[in-house]
Design a protein around this ligand. Structure first.
Ligand SMILES: [Zn+2]
Length: 437
């Protein structure tokens, strides 16, 4: 179920950018229509320009393209000088789009736009004194997406293959999974705890470019029903600085001293999608840790703030890092391919910081991370340990929080619940079976 209940143009772009960009914005829109971008279309009729779009091929130069645009050498020079005030023409990448504009019926080039990257273009205009240049940021608008899904096989396919996200580019759907992983990183190890029959409901905000791709995104509200237990995450900007944090329905912070898994779910799932049920061999005995299969070179994160107490090669473990944390905790990361240069014995590390990469040093038949957690010298299960939480919503922000929570929770509740989704899936299966007869 995809809806767009909130949609607002960012202040800057509505007036300025649409007028200034004119047909440049329209051209990609017309070629590949973007849903809900109707506001821009009115400009189509206003054009009295001829436009040619060139794409920089391997071996071509900006100057080469300009020389085919009826420019005198001195004018070409002046235009390049103006361009250099914004960017280096020698460093333009293959595939850069260059738009040339003429007034209809006039041979004299009037303007040039160079799309430096998906978010910026250099605009060159001719006036009475020559060529002037400026940088324009590509317009971006906020789009709120609401979606629900049942996890039948794994989280990856439940999100990426959700038909209600089909209008989103594939890369953006993968980013939604990253965002979910981030939101619930203190509560769940997605690779080990998500089960068939789990369900999700999400409200997330995308900052969308004219081509429909996501520039940034943020989950505003999420529900993950894991083994029939709903977990909630509501984003709330407590300090009004745009950073914000995630809280459950009681206003308790989701943040914990430890994240559950030292690898991003997506990195692990890339192995698991093809080969989900294969066990990882090369286990050290006695085995007191968790093994994560992941490609060599996958970044490993410190699961909590701490101090590095070991960084060395050990028989069996291979390249090993131990980190000491508050409250008698220690974490261990083994079989590393490489250590991050910031990791020395005695160095402080932060939660989420990259400390090294996955490998298969020591006794290991395939690349994987061996992860251990100890408390007061005893191995503990990272998924079954009580961990200190972050601060809840303070009293003086409770009214604002309650208002905000009401709105966000209503949005979540408007989406199909886990039982709804299970019922729909069961009905779909029954229908399919009947069709087979
Ligand atoms: Zn292991």
């Amino acid at each position: 179920m995809t809806r767009n209940p909130e949609r607002s143009f960012l202040p800057l772009l509505a007036v300025v950018a649409t007028l200034v960009l004119g047909l440049f914005v329209l051209r990609p829109l017309l070629a590949d229509p973007v849903p809900d971008a109707g506001e821009l279309e009115a400009l189509k009729a206003a054009s009295a320009e001829d436009i040619r779009v060139e794409v920089l091929d391997r071996g071509q130069t900006f100057g080469g393209i300009l020389s085919r645009a009826n420019l005198s050498p001195s004018e070409q020079h002046a235009l390049l000088l103006a361009f250099r005030e914004q960017a280096n023409p020698a460093r333009m990448r293959d595939g850069t789009e260059i738009t040339l504009r003429w007034i209809r019926g006039n041979e004299e080039l009037r303007g040039v736009e160079v799309a430096l990257n998906p978010d910026e273009l250099v605009r060159l205009d001719r006036d009475a004194f020559g060529w002037r240049s400026s940088v324009i940021e590509t317009p971006v608008w906020a789009d709120t997406v609401m979606v629900a899904g049942l996890i039948e096989r794994d989280l990856w396919s439940a999100v990426v293959l959700n038909p209600d996200l089909r209008e989103m580019p594939m890369g953006d759907r993968a980013r939604v999974i990253d965002l979910m992983d981030r939101v619930f990183q203190w509560q769940l190890d997605f690779s080990r705890q998500i089960q068939s029959g789990d369900a999700y409901r999400l409200v997330f905000e995308r900052m969308v470019r004219p081509d429909g791709s996501m520039r940034t995104g943020r989950i505003l509200a999420a529900e993950l029903v894991n083994r029939n237990t709903p977990l909630h995450a509501i984003w709330f900007d407590l300090y009004g600085d745009g950073e914000g944090g995630y809280y459950d329905l009681e206003g308790e912070s989701l943040r914990r001293a430890f994240i559950r898994a030292p690898l991003e779910y997506r990195r692990i799932s890339s192995v698991f999608t093809q080969n989900r049920l294969h066990p990882v061999y090369g286990i050290n005995r006695p085995h007191h840790g968790v093994d994560y299969a992941a490609p060599t070179g996958t970044p490993i994160m410190a699961t909590a703030d701490g101090v590095v107490t070991r960084r060395e090669f050990v028989r069996g473990y291979g390249n090993l890092i131990d980190i000491r944390h508050a409250n008698g905790f220690l974490t261990r990361y083994a079989h590393l391919n490489s250590f991050d240069s910031s990791v020395r014995v005695g160095a402080r590390v932060r939660q989420g910081q990259t400390i090294g990469t996955v490998g298969m040093t020591g006794t290991a038949t395939g690349p994987h991370l061996h992860y251990e957690m100890h408390r007061n010298g005893q191995p503990v299960d990272p998924l079954n340990v009580d961990i200190p939480a972050g601060d809840p919503i303070p009293e003086n922000a409770r009214d604002r929080w309650n208002d905000y929570l009401g709105v966000r929770f209503a949005m979540l509740e408007s989406l199909p619940s886990a039982p709804d989704l299970r019922l729909a899936a069961a009905q779909a299966e029954r229908t399919a079976t009947v069709d087979d007869d």
